[in-house]
Design a protein around this ligand. Structure first.
Ligand code: CO
Length: 213
């Protein structure tokens, strides 16, 4: 893994800014005028999941929230305000839940953590494990089991988005941001799209009829 010194980070930034200015002398003038991102990404804090560089996104394209194990907690005012702002002000068109393989938060959700705050934060993911135990305990390695749980966690957190007041309000004003589940496959560097059970959410009354078609 590449390790930059602190000073290298500052120098890298100078080089980056110069390069942008060479391409367009008004680059930062335009950037300073405001943001109009199409995507909200809710990802894991893991340093390897540096989403902007993984998909070559430019400044101004992604509105981003990250926390350990990319949870969507309905009592997290940090995330809830991000979602509210995304939908009511930015009119985000796509919401992406971004999980990843080899997620330490997922592993700790099953095995427990000695860190009090982390333990409490990830504990709800343990319920996802319990609910899918029949499937998950069939895997012959913990690695595969946790990677699959990371996928199931993406689906569960995407479902939680549909339960937020902000999302319901968006539907009420006929704004239908698309929901996407992504897994960053750390073994290959590729993003996998995880299909979301929109029809089953429709039956539960979480999303309007025909949503996602
Ligand atoms: Co993680």
């Amino acid at each position: 893994m590449i390790k930059h010194t602190y000073n290298e980070l500052i120098l890298n930034n100078r080089e980056w800014a110069e390069k942008r200015l060479k391409g367009d002398k008004d680059y930062f003038k335009k950037l300073s005028e405001g943001q109009d991102p199409q995507y909200l990404i809710i990802g894991c804090s893991d340093s390897r999941v540096s989403i902007t560089s993984l998909i070559n996104a430019e400044p101004g394209e992604l509105f981003v929230h990250r926390n350990i194990a990319n949870r969507v907690s309905l009592i997290d005012i940090n995330l809830l305000s991000v979602i509210e702002y995304s939908l009511e002000v930015l009119h985000i068109q796509d919401i992406i839940i971004l999980g990843h393989y080899k997620c330490g938060g997922i592993k700790a959700a099953v095995e427990g953590s000695d860190l009090y705050m982390v333990h409490n934060w990830i504990n709800p993911i343990r319920d996802i494990y319990i609910n899918h135990r029949d499937e998950l305990d069939k895997y012959d390695s913990n690695e595969k089991k946790y990677d699959r749980l990371a996928e199931l966690n993406v689906i569960a957190q995407a479902e939680n988005i549909t339960k937020t007041r902000s999302m319901k309000k968006a539907f009420e004003r006929k704004q239908y941001p698309a929901l996407h589940g992504w897994i960053f496959d750390i073994y290959t560097g590729l993003i996998k799209e995880i299909p979301l059970p929109l029809k089953s959410w429709e039956k539960k009354g979480l999303v309007p009829a025909g949503y996602g078609e």
